[in-house]
Design a protein. Structure first.
Length: 80
């Protein structure tokens, strides 16, 4: 299993029951999981815009999830 620590921002924390904004959440994923798998697990659909940062860079949805990684996930804001 892969273990990752996630911090959610904006409107995203409301999607994870019991999410603690101070601590974030730790999840276990199957080996070989991709960023798209993590997003789906958090209820972030493929058609939704979100910025997912892993290891200090913006990750693509087809990037593999790194074991022990800390990820930050932000919704994309639109408007003018």
């Amino acid at each position: 299993m892969l273990t990752v620590h996630i911090k959610l921002y904006g409107s995203l924390p409301g999607r994870v029951p019991g999410y603690d904004p101070e601590k974030g959440v730790t999840l276990e994923l199957d080996p070989g999981a991709r960023i798209s798998d993590l997003a789906a697990r958090l209820g972030i659909g493929a058609d939704e815009e979100a910025v997912i940062a892993m290891a200090g860079r913006v990750a693509r949805r087809d990037d593999p999830v790194e074991n022990g990684a800390s990820l930050r996930i932000f919704p994309v804001a639109h408007g003018g």
